[in-house]
Design a binder for this molecule. Structure first.
Ligand SMILES: O=P(O)(O)OC[C@H]1O[C@H](OP(=O)(O)OP(=O)(O)O)[C@H](O)[C@@H]1O
Ligand SMILES: O=c1cc[nH]c(=O)[nH]1
Ligand SMILES: [Mg+2]
Length: 209
């Protein structure tokens, strides 16, 4: 079973409270989502492999550590996942970015895939699928399916708010995928929205409602 980790760092919890507030406007919402994603990237990149390199400091030759060959690709699930990309790129600037477009049908709650554009070498990269919301888990599961079908093997899912239902569904469908969240919330409501959650992340990020 993949690991499920909640990053309960005080800075992350504080920032999450700011964006949960319904009075938080688009500008601040977007900025703070980016900041949380950057803080999460610190933990998400913890197990990137290191290798030894010879360098010379002003004091002489030495062997030091550098991030090894394995490279990262960030895969936002459109639209809301886009809000997390720049924050992660601040810490991992050489990462490539692939996009998976998906929307959740409002009645059935089933995800519908409408766009996939990925780096050509996803089979050799650490893939970070990012989406602020893990609700029923349908979108995350379909996104991981899409990556595996194209050769992706090393996959983590990074979200801000997770519902217990979504964590369970993603773990059952893809037990090899670790999940990292900023919060495990209470439940899904009768419309499939996370409670207390932060509402519709895509609409709040892009000001579409
Ligand atoms: O776990 P699930 O039940 O699949 O729900 C989560 C998905 O729903 C939201 O996207 P939405 O369909 O609203 O698309 P948008 O980002 O374009 O607004 C969210 O950003 C996730 O992708
Ligand atoms: O609470 C939710 C659930 C799905 N998608 C969202 O944007 N918010
Ligand atoms: Mg939405």
């Amino acid at each position: 079973m993949g690991k499920f980790q909640v990053m309960d760092h005080p800075l992350i919890q504080h920032k999450l409270t700011i964006i949960r507030d319904k009075n938080c406007g688009t500008k601040v919402f977007r900025e703070v989502v980016d900041e949380i994603a950057m803080l999460m990237a610190y933990e998400v990149s913890r197990d990137l492999p290191l290798e030894s390199v010879e360098i010379e400091t002003p004091m002489g030759k030495t062997t030091q550590q550098t991030i090894a060959g394995k490279k990262v690709a960030i895969i936002p699930i459109l639209r809301a996942g886009i809000g997390m990309v720049d924050g992660i790129l601040q810490l991992i600037p050489a990462a490539k970015v692939g996009h998976i477009g998906m929307y959740r049908d409002h009645d059935s709650l089933e995800p519908v895939e409408y766009f996939v554009k990925l780096p050509s070498d996803i089979d050799t990269r650490q893939l970070l699928v990012v989406d602020p919301m893990l609700a029923t888990g349908g979108s995350a599961i379909l996104a991981v399916d899409a990556l595996k079908r194209r050769g992706g093997t090393n996959i983590k899912f990074v979200c801000l708010v997770a519902a217990p239902e979504g964590v369970k569904a993603l773990q059952e469908a893809h037990p090899d995928v670790d999940i990292i969240a900023a919060s495990l919330d209470e439940k899904l409501d009768e419309n499939g929205y996370i409670f207390p959650g932060l509402g519709d992340a895509g609409d709040r990020l892009f000001g579409t409602k």
